[in-house]
Design a protein around this ligand. Structure first.
Ligand code: F6R
Length: 241
């Protein structure tokens, strides 16, 4: 695992955006795995600047990591909408090439299987951008997730619901379930880049980088990946040995 420690959020975003941009330069039809939440926003901002400066993303595809169950696509906090507003539109991606799991499907298991099929049909994910929860989740693979898991329905922990309550008017509105790529789905990506900033992530970063590989700290599974990079600011690196 490559660990890169930088001064602040701005440098973390610039580093991750640089990795993504050089991959798109080499492979204009790259398949990008995209995360929601606060962590990757600086990466998307810098990438947007590179697109404005001429980086061609017209053939890039994207797959989101996860989606809440039961939020319609036009709900402001549905990841369909969040990905559209923070990734597809600002980067100028072709919306028909941007995929998000269907958390409104009548048959959620079939929607998960279909999502895996769509990733495979696209040729797999070239670079998966990740954030990490304070409890060590990647995607919404909460602690005790199987290291062999594929895209499936998961129940969100009280901790994750509380962490994400900041995006909703009322904490009770945070959905209880989600669809998420599994840990094995994430490991299938050719390259992974995890970004984390701030002291709230320091414990999780120390556990996933230096602790044993274990389902209690799902991000630790990245130790099994041959091309995993963890990019953190000094605050998120504070508990590393
Ligand atoms: C989001 C996702 C989550 C977040 C994590 C950190 O699609 O998969 O794993 O990356 O919850 O969220 P932030 O960045 O808001 O702290």
């Amino acid at each position: 695992m490559e660990v890169v420690i930088l001064a602040d959020e701005r440098e973390v975003g610039a580093f991750a955006a640089g990795r993504i941009a050089s991959m798109i330069d080499k492979h204009p039809d790259a398949v990008l795995g995209v995360a929601t939440g606060s962590s990757p926003q600086q990466t998307y901002r810098v990438l947007g600047e590179q697109v404005a400066a001429g980086l061609d993303v017209s053939r890039v595809s994207a797959f989101a990591l996860d989606e809440y169950v039961g939020l319609p696509g036009d709900h402001p906090q549905s990841y369909h909408r969040v990905i559209a507003e923070t990734v597809t539109e600002p980067l100028g991606l072709d919306p028909s090439r941007v995929h998000v799991p269907d958390g409104m499907a009548l048959d959620l298991d079939a929607a998960c299987a279909d999502y895996e099929d769509r990733i495979a049909a696209a040729g797999g994910i070239d670079l998966q951008l990740l954030g990490i929860g304070a409890n060590g989740h990647i995607g919404f693979n909460e602690p005790t997730s199987s290291l062999a898991s594929r895209t499936r329905v998961k129940t969100l922990t009280a901790r994750t619901r509380a962490d994400n309550a900041r995006f909703f008017d009322d904490p009770d509105q945070v959905p209880r379930q989600c669809l998420t790529q599994g840990l094995a789905t994430i490991l299938d990506a050719h390259t992974t880049v995890l970004v984390a900033t701030g002291t709230a992530k320091a414990r999780a970063i120390a556990r996933i980088v230096e602790g044993p590989v274990q389902a209690l700290w799902p991000g630790s599974v990245l130790q099994l990946h041959r091309r995993a990079t963890v990019v953190v600011d000094e605050a998120a690196a504070a508990e590393l040995e």
